[in-house]
Design a binder for this molecule. Structure first.
Ligand SMILES: *Cc1c(COP(=O)(O)O)cnc(C)c1O
Length: 417
């Protein structure tokens, strides 16, 4: 179901028109639909009965209000830094509902996580396991851990977001995993809960997921034969979203397929870590056309949002639908490149779009709720945009637009030159 679409020829998020939002809050502006977020969350919970758990991947969108809404739904969280843990706690999430991923956790981050009572640390290497033992011993507590195994499956996605192949930096190679599990089983301050994997992001078919799951269940059996019993199996995130409007991942097929495999392992609580699939299509970026520029063979719309606001097109050659908020201005007209103000040829939002636009028009870049604001930067000394949440006919500012003073906070002039 979609809550973001044209109504009476005007682009809306729920009952709020994009034009009115842009007037009230300015542009560029990230806007999220609460109804879409909750609908996406419930698509997962419908097929994923307790005691199995869902841990929302915070890095997709870490705004406190978004985390607060998910915490109220009973979500757990998947984090990749101490900062993300602080966000979860601030938003009302519980440390015991959190799994802590990430390849290079510092002593400081591990200490903080253990002191807070983290639910599980996803260990990415043998060296990290030794560090966790040391920190847990110093704190005089048991560290709950899962070992991240690399199941060596090809997720058939963009190389920058494929994480489950041998050549990636993530996890412990399946071939090297057994000794690390034995070691974890023996260490005095380690409570070995289970195993985890995350094979990549934006995966569009159930096959690679089911492949990985099968290998993980085989690992559980191999460990069981050595009397190492796991109670927790975390199969990661990576659920694909259709940016182009084509068929998206058949979530029901995957979730029911995995639950079927798990029937033989009643001791296992399964965990998933969806990020993108929860929030991507719940967010749009509103941007205004500053100028039009025409050369012999090109038409450019120079807009007020750039790669510092939305990096995905520049970083991953990601395609996002861009619509004129006046419905009549879509699908016609000459091809336009929608480009941003940052001084890089790579600063663009979309190439060759059929749009009829004039200076001052408002555009909406769709499906930017995930890895949109969280990857934004201040490059070119540009303030990060405001974020707004829409609920029916109401809208709420959930992050104020940055000011110049925000940008230079912490910088110091020299006493003398
Ligand atoms: C990024 C990440 C996720 C979420 O991936 P999505 O593609 O957004 O679902 C889940 N788990 C881990 C370990 C991650 O690094």
């Amino acid at each position: 179901m979609t809550f973001i679409d044209f109504k009476k020829q005007q682009f809306h998020l729920e009952e709020c028109s994009a034009t009115a939002l842009a007037e009230q809050y300015g542009t560029p502006l990230y806007v999220y639909s609460k109804a879409q977020l909750l609908d996406n969350w419930q698509r997962f919970t419908r097929y994923w009965p307790a005691p199995h758990r869902l841990c929302y991947a915070v890095k997709a969108n870490s705004n406190l209000a978004i985390l607060q809404l998910l915490a109220a739904q009973g979500a757990g969280f998947d984090i990749v830094s101490g900062g993300e843990l602080k966000r979860v706690l601030k938003a009302g999430g519980k440390a015991e509902s959190v799994v802590f991923s990430g390849v290079a956790k510092s002593v400081e981050e591990l200490t903080f996580a253990l002191q807070q009572g983290i639910g599980c640390i996803n260990v990415e290497s043998a060296a990290e396991l030794e560090r966790i033992q040391m920190v847990a011993q110093q704190l005089g507590l048991m560290a709950p851990v899962s070992l991240r195994v690399n199941p060596d499956v090809d997720a058939q996605t963009h190389p920058y977001i494929a994480t489950g192949m041998k050549a990636n930096k993530f996890g412990i190679a399946m071939a090297d995993a057994m000794p690390v599990f034995r070691r974890a089983h023996e260490l005095p301050n380690i409570q070995l809960l289970g195993a985890d994997c995350h094979i990549g992001s934006q995966i569009m078919t159930p096959a690679p997921f089911l492949d990985a799951a099968e290998r993980m269940f085989q690992l559980v059996e191999r460990l069981q034969s050595e009397n190492i019993t796991l109670t927790h199996l975390d199969l990661g995130g990576g659920f694909g979203v259709s940016y182009e409007g084509t068929a998206s991942l058949d979530l029901e097929a995957y979730l029911t397929g995995v639950l079927k495999m798990a029937e033989n392992y009643p001791q296992l609580t399964l965990v998933l870590e969806p990020g993108r699939a929860i929030i991507a299509d719940a967010g749009v970026l509103l941007t205004r056309v500053e100028y039009l520029k025409e050369t012999d063979d090109k038409r450019f719309a120079l807009v007020d949002a750039g790669m510092n606001d939305l990096l995905r097109p520049s970083l991953y050659q990601a395609w996002h639908d861009i619509v004129a908020v006046d419905e009549a201005n879509n699908g016609r007209g000459k091809l336009v490149d929608v480009v941003g103000p940052v001084c890089e040829t790579g600063c663009f939002l979309g190439h060759a779009r059929h749009l009829t636009i004039t200076g001052g028009d408002l555009l909406a870049v769709k499906h930017v709720g995930a890895y949109g604001f969280t990857m934004s930067s201040n490059y070119n000394t540009r303030a990060k945009p405001a974020e707004v949440l829409v609920d029916g006919a109401n809208s709420f500012l959930i992050r104020a637009r940055e000011t110049f003073d925000d940008l230079i906070r912490g910088e110091r002039l020299l006493d003398r030159t």
